[in-house]
Design a binder for this molecule. Structure first.
Ligand SMILES: C[S@@+](CC[C@H](N)C(=O)[O-])C[C@H]1O[C@@H](n2cnc3c(N)ncnc32)[C@H](O)[C@@H]1O
Length: 202
């Protein structure tokens, strides 16, 4: 598969799952409106979708924030300046209510930096991971948590990859490159557009 200039849209994960014959559940970092979790749950009715968020929005980043983004400390928190549309839940209960429309979604309300072992949340084998926590620091913690999960191969989709856009060099792409090098993982970058995609083996 060579889609290097293409974006890894959420809906193509089904085709990717078939292409690589991936078996295992789906792990998502960044629930927010719940829309991506619901889309994943619809796409993969036979998989459990574990979706993780504390609903407190973005923390402070040590990296420069892209001027073209709406990333600031507190962005996407419940009721935040950029989370006012009807698609945004106003409370955690509202989010849980929304997610309950799909029985195969298991929400985990937690700070990603404070997650413990995957088995503490009932997480077993993972085949697909959707990373949508925007900035560098929670992406680092998301990938470290993913590493603790059971998998020998996994496909990771990055919602804020922005391949070729230097404003975003220090966020998902930096976290991913550091993770690959630190853990000596084999990978194939399949999508290098706005949304990134990579197939990882260990
Ligand atoms: C862009 S939104 C996710 C969008 C979501 N995929 C959707 O479909 O609406 C980013 C989310 O990451 C969450 N987030 C960022 N840092 C986090 C952290 N340290 N722990 C938990 N959640 C975090 C924010 O609370 C926010 O809801």
């Amino acid at each position: 598969m060579n889609n290097l200039n293409l974006s890894c849209k959420l809906e193509i994960l089904k085709e990717i799952s078939k292409k690589y014959s991936l078996f295992g559940d789906v792990l998502e970092f960044g629930t927010c409106t719940c829309q991506s979790a619901i889309q994943l749950a619809t796409m993969f009715p036979d998989k459990t979708i574990f979706t993780i968020d504390h609903f407190q929005g973005l923390g402070k980043s040590s990296k420069p924030l892209p001027s073209s983004s709406d990333w600031r400390e507190g962005s996407f928190a419940l009721g935040a300046w950029n989370a006012k549309g009807s698609e945004f839940p106003r409370t955690i209960d509202e989010a849980l209510q929304k997610l309950s429309s799909k029985p195969n979604i298991k929400p985990i309300i937690s700070d990603i930096h404070k997650l413990t072992h995957p088995s503490d949340y009932g997480i077993g084998k993972i085949s697909i991971c959707n990373v949508d926590v925007d900035i560098y620091e929670p992406t680092v913690s998301s990938l470290e948590f993913l590493l603790k999960c059971e998998w020998s191969e996994v496909f990771i989709r990055f919602d804020d990859w922005h391949g070729g856009n230097s404003e975003y060099d220090h966020h998902e792409r930096q976290a991913f490159n550091e993770w690959i090098n630190k853990h000596n993982l084999q990978f194939e970058l399949t999508h290098n557009g706005t949304y990134g995609g990579a197939y990882i083996k260990r």
